[in-house]
Write a protein of this length. Structure first.
Length: 264
C-alpha cells in the first residue's frame, strides 16, 4: 500500500508504515523529548558549580536543549496525527530544519564561549561559525524537500561547503587555542570537537541516502532517518552540553580552588 505525496508539483510515492514502524519512531521521539527536557533542567541548575564567566556557556547549552525539546514535541504530535489520519504525507519534518537553524549556531556558541578566549578572537570565531552554520542549514533545506535526485545532489554539495569550513575552524584554528587552556580541560575540549565531528557526520550521510537508492526520495517518512536523526540530535545537543559542563568545571577548579570539590 502506498500513499501519494505532492512536492513541488512532483508526485512521489510514499510507503505506508506498519504499526511497528510507527511505534518505533514514536517511542524514539518520546525518548528524545525526555532526554532534551532532562538535559535542559540539568544545565540550568548546574550554573552555580562553575565560575560566573563560564555560566553563559551552560545557559546556552540549556537553551539549545530547550529549543530542541519544544520542536521534538511538535514532531511527535505531527507524526502521530499523520499516522492517525492515514496519510503520512501530512507529517511535517520541517520542524527539524527550524530547530537546526536555531540550535546548530548555538552549539558552536557554547563551545567557543566555554573556551573564554580573548574578545577579539571570540568575536571573529563566532561571526564566521554562525554565518557558516546558517548557510549550511539554509542550503540543505531546498534539497531535503525536493524529490529530484539531481536537485538534492546540488544542494547537498552546496551545503557541504560551509559544513567542511566549520570542521576546518574547529580542528585547525581552535587547535591554536589549546595551549591557553588548562591541562585538565584540553582532553575534554578535544573530546567535544570529536563528538561534533562524529555526530554531525551522520547528517550529510543520511541526507544522501535517498539519492543512493536507500529510502524514498522525500525522506519524510523514512523510519531509519527519523530514528537516526533523533539519536544524532541527542548526541550532538545533550552530549556536547555535558562536555561543555565538564570543561567549565575543570577550568573553574583550575582557576579557583573553591570550585575544586565540585570538579571531582
Amino acid at each position: 500500500m502506498e500513499e501519494t505525496l505532492q512536492i513541488a508539483e512532483t508526485v512521489v510515492l510514499v510507503p505506508a508504515l506498519t504499526d511497528g514502524e510507527f511505534s518505533l519512531v514514536l517511542n524514539m521521539l518520546s525518548l528524545t523529548i525526555a532526554a532534551m527536557g532532562a538535559a535542559t533542567v540539568f544545565f540550568f541548575l548546574s550554573r552555580g558549580s562553575v565560575l560566573p564567566k563560564y555560566r553563559p556557556a551552560l545557559i546556552v547549552s540549556g537553551i539549545v536543549t530547550l529549543i530542541a525539546c519544544y520542536h521534538y514535541v511538535r514532531i511527535f504530535i505531527s507524526w502521530d496525527a499523520a499516522y492517525a489520519s492515514g496519510d503520512m504525507s501530512l507529517f511535517n519534518d520541517a520542524y527539524r530544519y527550524v530547530d537546526w537553524l536555531l540550535t546548530v549556531p548555538l552549539l558552536l556558541v557554547e563551545l567557543v564561549a566555554v573556551l573564554a578566549l580573548p574578545k577579539s578572537v571570540t568575536r571573529s570565531l563566532l561571526t564566521r561559525l554562525i554565518i557558516a552554520a546558517v548557510l549550511m542549514i539554509g542550503l540543505g533545506y531546498p534539497g531535503e524537500i525536493s524529490a529530484d535526485p539531481g536537485t538534492r545532489w546540488l544542494w547537498w554539495v552546496l551545503s557541504m561547503v560551509p559544513f567542511l569550513y566549520i570542521l576546518y575552524v574547529l580542528w585547525i584554528e581552535l587547535s591554536k587555542s589549546l595551549d591557553r587552556q588548562p591541562a585538565a580541560a584540553r582532553g575534554l575540549i578535544n573530546g567535544a570537537r570529536l563528538l561534533i565531528l562524529i555526530s554531525w557526520a551522520f547528517y550529510p550521510i543520511a541526507y544522501a541516502l535517498p539519492m543512493l537508492g536507500f529510502g524514498d526520495a522525500a525522506g519524510s517518512t523514512n523510519v531509519g532517518l527519523q530514528i537516526g536523526y533523533s539519536i544524532a540530535d541527542i548526541v550532538a545537543k545533550c552530549g556536547l552540553g555535558l562536555y561543555i559542563y565538564f570543561i567549565a568545571r575543570a577550568k573553574s577548579a583550575d582557576e579557583d580552588p573553591s570550585y575544586a570539590s565540585a570538579a571531582h
